[in-house]
Design a protein around this ligand. Sequence first.
Ligand code: SAJ
Length: 430
Amino acid sequence: PKIAIYGLGYIGLPTAALFATSGLKVTGVARNKKRLELINQGKSPIEEPGLDELVAKAVSMENLKATDKGEASAEEADVMIVIVPTPMDKFKRADLDAVKSTCKTISKGLKKGNLVIIESTVPQGTCQNIVIPILEESGLKAGDDFGVAYTPERAIPNNTLYEMTHNARVIGGIDDESADMAITLYQRITEGEIIKVSNLITAETVKLIENTFRDVNIALANEIAMICEGIGVDAIEAINTANHHPRVNIHTPGPGVGGHCLAIDPYFIVETAEEHGMEAPIIRTCRNTNEGMPNHVTKLIIDALTEAGKNLRDSTIGILGVAYKGNVDDARETPAEPLIRILKEKGADVYAHDPLVSDNQIEDLGAIPSDYEVALGCDCVVLVTEHDFYKDIRPEMIKNKVFVCTRSILNLDDYKNNTLIFKGVGKPNN
Ligand code: SAJ
């Protein structure tokens, strides 16, 4: 079959490149001209291990081309895959504009026998209640004239290609035939198990509860960390030790939860629950805990500066890392953003360094882009992202001897018995 993939982002582009290198003709549809140009030159606009090579291979095989012609691409394709972003609006509700407009475009080129696959993360019921009615504006009937399947992408950034080709994949269809067609297709690109679930809404649910599980677990870790700080226990040591128990797997505390998935998907469940007259108190509370972490980090910074005889108001803060997690170039929903905002509101000058995120993006987050040396020379240095780049940071490199570490990547024993004033998330605060 010929495939059209709508959305060439962190997931869409690797998916397109995998199908193309498996031997299928793939058209990738996106708006950003620069991105399209780069892809057509065989280059990846996204930082992801192995992706550059894969895109180069797909383009040189003449199996991948990128275009902004959505309707024409649908007319030519047998299978249309939607992998566009579903951000959250300011009311913490799913913003489905991109999914809706993409489906509208597809509906104009939809033909009998086509299969439409949704991969974007969506609230439960979206395929049935929103996607299908838009596709049926074509005059064709879902199930009878064309197939619909939902298969969420669950690969983790920085290991996307490996996980896409090895993780278990979940597929739900409007009917058996749709699900089976999608399974045959994805067998081309994954060695992992493919699990067929009962229907579209079950597949939508699986995706949301996975990320919610992780968010809730991290909230627990963060709560444990804050309590341990206050009573003089090293939470990381305690958590790592507890995790030796065969049925315990507590995640790692940190500066908060970022990225376009964990910080958003739990709210999709809350939204649907509320629409059905229910509440989701655990999920909501955990979101609040994780969203409160930048405030907690601010408190650690104030404590450290106070010990050094300084006020936050007149101080410079050097943030190390603004990406939402280590070794990615992605700053979406990064906890660095609220942290920078709070510090500035309290009158600090905030500098930030990141080896992977551009200076423009750092400015958008509200900080002054700076060299590593400049950040290390600030009144207080705060490690926010666990990039490998920062693994070799040594106490003597922190010029003004005030350091707050929000991640557990460093061997913090090095920081004991040192002249450094040190505070860490989950570290005894005394
Ligand atoms: N984080 C912690 N402590 C942890 C783990 C993560 O504070 O123990 C923080 C990270 O620093 C980051 C955020 O949580 O800010 C999210 O990071 P992540 O590594 O947990 O996940 P993502 O957002 O990069 O990718 C997740 C993955 N979901 C699961 O593992 C269940 C991935 O498999 C999904 O494909 C992806 O969401 C997605 O697209 O939904």
